[in-house]
Write a protein that binds this ligand. Sequence first.
Ligand code: MF3
Ligand code: CO
Length: 280
Amino acid sequence: MFGRERIEYKTPEQVLLMRRAGLVVAEALAAVRERAAAGVTTGELDAVAAEVIGDRHATPSFLGYHGYPASLCVSVNDEVVHGIPGPRVLEPGDVVSVDCGAIVEGWHGDSAITLVLDGAAPEDVALAETTERAMWAGIAALAGAERLGAVGEAVEDVVDAAAVEGLNGGQRYGLVEEYVGHGIGTAMHQPPDVPNFRSRDRGPRVRAGLCVAVEPMVVRGQRFTQVLDDDWTVVTGDGSRASHWEHTVAVLDDGIWVLTAPDGGAEKLAALGVSIAPLA
Ligand code: MF3
Ligand code: CO
């Protein structure tokens, strides 16, 4: 999508502004996590996020983006991404992917989580856990990578291994290819693309100032997707359930920092043998 367009490398000062946006997103998602339960509408979750973003004097990045009508994307069950919040009432066992973006002083943060409501099938819990693990593996790979393609390799390896371990009831997982991660900074979507799969293209060099959103989408069936008549909601072609996780990550001189994680990703990355860069 972005081909060989120019990458916006950020200064450490700009990364600090992006962290402010990232922490607003983290706070909004934490509030949504608290509220999400069977009986709650997806529109109520949107209102919760909008309130946090407003309280922090930040701007929701999704609202008005190509005409998008909400502050969150809430994608339930077979919805992969870009589900529009509204009157839909959540049910026990639903798999709910929540994506949020905010702007502070012109700088963007973008992050998504998958919530699995009480009463879910163990395979649906495993789907969300596998996707989260794949995201962290992709982020960890960025820390030591020469080329950005290392992210997709790490993501794909985790997803394939999880299926082999039997986490999807003996079936392979599908790894969505039509939507990818992206550079982020003064706009939500910038070059370069960050694919979630192995590719012959090793991608651009990873160097200080690169800021990207790493966002794998994993489904329990086939990887193919369709867009609903609302022109936004992306669903699986086979009706299987989907999970989406995302963090905004900065590459600094001495390593990486996860801008949408309150601890910079320290805890999750330590478990993968990666320590985060000092961020002033
Ligand atoms: N945040 C999504 C992404 O991860 C994009 C949201 S599309 C919007 O790239 F229209 F809702 F803004
Ligand atoms: Co994104």
